[in-house]
Design a protein around this ligand. Structure first.
Ligand code: ADP
Ligand code: MG
Length: 564
């Protein structure tokens, strides 16, 4: 029987027990079965594994599956072994195998027993394996989590960059399958380019999650209280709260506990046993809330997470989408609430300032998108989907009214004169200042730096004092997002005019400034502030790990190591 005549539904039932393909699976599988290069972009949980597993089981020879995480590979191998009487149907090839085990893997491949061979990209660089594999019948090569190849993705792994070269050594005409849940056009372009597969059949599923409600609120000193109030209205429901630092995780978890919310912390500074315990407590519903760093969530598949709160805004919209994606997996309610303060963005920028310029540029560009998302007055869903290269109409699209900006539109006011004054102030002070000094100049507040440039004697000094600092800061951000200004990377944070900004000064136009939503923050009872957590101060183990990691990355890129 030729491969084209194979009844894929029968095979699906036989191997996996499913009677229907999910989404684009069938088309993807047909493409792979016909030996075409294939590129699959589907959200997490979309069923990407089956896209290569089923063709691998059907086709002659062994499929090589590259995957970045040993734990993920092991899970898949165990699952495949459970559906077959042949133990050797799937193997993981990695450095932990001894000589006998390696020989067994090789024997199974040579004998045609092994249909799927999972390898980490660094193992695939070994000459011993490459020399062996190029003598075998390889059905295709699947690269899972293919975004690891791109510095624009959220999980760049330099070893992925060598894949194409190695694949070429194994065999020039082996079909390549790339799979990822990262939907940004930039990352997709990188994948196609680096794997040299621009002619691949591309299958992209929609990233719209119609049941998720997106909301951004200003982050103030009251943020813990705001979070508590939010949760208390949802007693008994499951939720995840993300913080950037371990310290905030600990503090927030304690504050929730003393306010009667059942919550546990989760971060990489806790020992493995505690982490596993807290994760299980959450999965088993012994606690309602996990307060976590991004260490939490990889592979978490709790279907009824009802809210995901970001106490700190993440470094990219990609991360934001992935993290909020853990809400409402079952299709039910999923409230995604982010607390946003521009100060947090500046903190993240400062943290990047020691990195190589190229890396900073990427980091800044990604952050700029996060600011734009937080500040936008348009539909958040439309904004997110647009970021992923997908168009969305709020009037007709699924979930079109599921965000704060649509339900409660921001008030907009004409700010043409203010934008002109702002840009003029920046120009006339010779583009020397960061946002703080610009705003101070506008409201007529001096400081050492302003004095040193004699800006306090300038005729524009204090020209904007009928408005307060927060007004000017908000306008500055919106004007940045609109592309009239840019932040200099070389001289960290200094704000300069773009060409558009200069044009605007010559020909000022209407600029509608949007105001933040107003929230009713009526207290619903007293909120107790927890005592400071013990784990203050930098975590030395983590700092060392980070330093080592960065050293090794820098070495690979032949750049000088940077200092934390
Ligand atoms: P991804 O890698 O895209 O995140 P997975 O491959 O891990 O997704 O699959 C997610 C879940 O969907 C798994 O539990 C898998 O068993 C299930 N699944 C995949 N294909 C089907 C199908 N055709 N019918 C039902 N469930 C499926
Ligand atoms: Mg997957």
């Amino acid at each position: 029987m030729g491969l084209t005549e194979i009844n894929l539904h029968e095979q699906l039932k036989k191997y996996f027990g499913f009677s229907q393909f999910k989404g684009l699976q069938e088309q993807v599988i047909k493409s792979i079965v016909s030996n075409e290069d294939t590129f699959v972009i589907m959200p997490t949980g979309g069923g990407k594994s089956l896209c290569y597993q089923l063709p691998a089981l059907i086709k002659d020879g062994t499929a090589i599956v590259v995957s970045p995480l040993i734990a993920l590979m092991k899970n898949q191998v165990d699952a495949l072994r459970s559906i077959s009487s042949q133990e050797g149907i799937a193997h993981v090839l990695n450095s932990s195998l001894n000589k006998t085990e390696i020989n067994q893997v090789k024997l199974d491949i040579t004998n045609g027993v092994t249909k799927l061979l999972y390898v980490a990209p660094e193992s695939l660089t070994k000459d011993e394996y490459v020399d062996f594999l190029k003598e075998q019948t390889i059905s295709f090569l699947a690269i899972d989590e293919a975004h690891c190849i791109s510095e624009w993705g959220h999980d760049f792994r330099p070893e992925y960059r060598n894949l194409k070269k190695i694949i070429k050594r194994i065999g020039d005409d082996i079909p390549i399958i790339g799979l990822t849940a990262t939907a940004t056009p930039k990352v997709q372009e990188d994948i196609l380019k680096n794997l040299n597969m621009s002619n691949a059949n591309t299958f992209k599923a929609s990233f719209n999650r119609p049941n998720l409600y997106y909301e951004v609120r200003p982050k103030t000193k009251e943020v813990f209280s705001d979070i508590i109030r939010f949760i208390k209205k949802r007693t008994g429901k499951s939720g995840i709260i993300y913080c950037l630092s371990r310290k905030s995780v600990e503090e927030l978890a304690q504050t929730l506990q003393v306010n009667g919310i059942s919550a546990v912390p989760y971060h990489a500074g806790l020992d493995a046993k505690t982490r596993a315990k807290h994760q299980d407590m959450f999965l088993m519903e012994d606690v309602d809330v996990v307060v976590a760093t991004i260490a939490f969530g990889m592979g978490i598949d709790k279907p009824d997470v009802r809210f995901v709160i970001h106490h700190d805004i993440p470094k990219s919209l990609e991360s934001y989408y992935q993290e909020t994606g853990r809400a409402g997996r079952d299709g039910g309610e999923g409230h995604c609430l982010a607390f946003y303060a521009y100060k947090d963005i500046e903190k993240l920028e400062k943290f990047m300032s020691g990195k190589p310029v190229a890396e900073q540029e990427i980091g800044h560009a990604l952050l700029q998108e996060v600011v734009a998302y937080a500040e936008t007055s348009m539909s958040r869903r439309k904004f997110l989907l647009h970021y992923f290269g997908e168009s969305f109409e709020t009037e007709t699209g699924d979930g079109g009214n599921m965000d704060d900006n649509i339900r409660n539109p921001k008030t907009k006011t004409e700010a043409k004169d203010e934008v002109t004054l702002l840009l003029k102030t920046i120009k006339d002070t010779n583009e020397l200042y960061k946002s703080k000094e610009i705003v101070n100049t506008l409201i007529g507040k001096s400081n050492a730096l302003i004095k040193s440039h004699k800006t306090d004697a300038h005729e524009l000094f204090g020209k904007g004092k009928d408005k307060d600092a927060s007004f000017w800061m908000a306008l500055l951000r919106q004007v940045l997002v609109a592309g009239y200004l840019k932040k200099d990377i070389e001289s960290y944070g200094v704000v300069k005019l773009t060409k558009r900004g200069k044009d605007y000064l010559n020909n000022p136009q209407s600029f509608m400034m949007s105001e933040d939503h107003v929230y009713d923050s009526n207290a619903e009872g007293d909120i107790i502030v927890a005592t400071k957590s013990k784990s203050t101060g930098p975590d030395e183990k983590l700092m060392k790990m980070l330093k080592d990691l960065r050293k090794s990355v820098a070495k690979r890129k032949e750049l000088p190591p940077f200092v934390i």
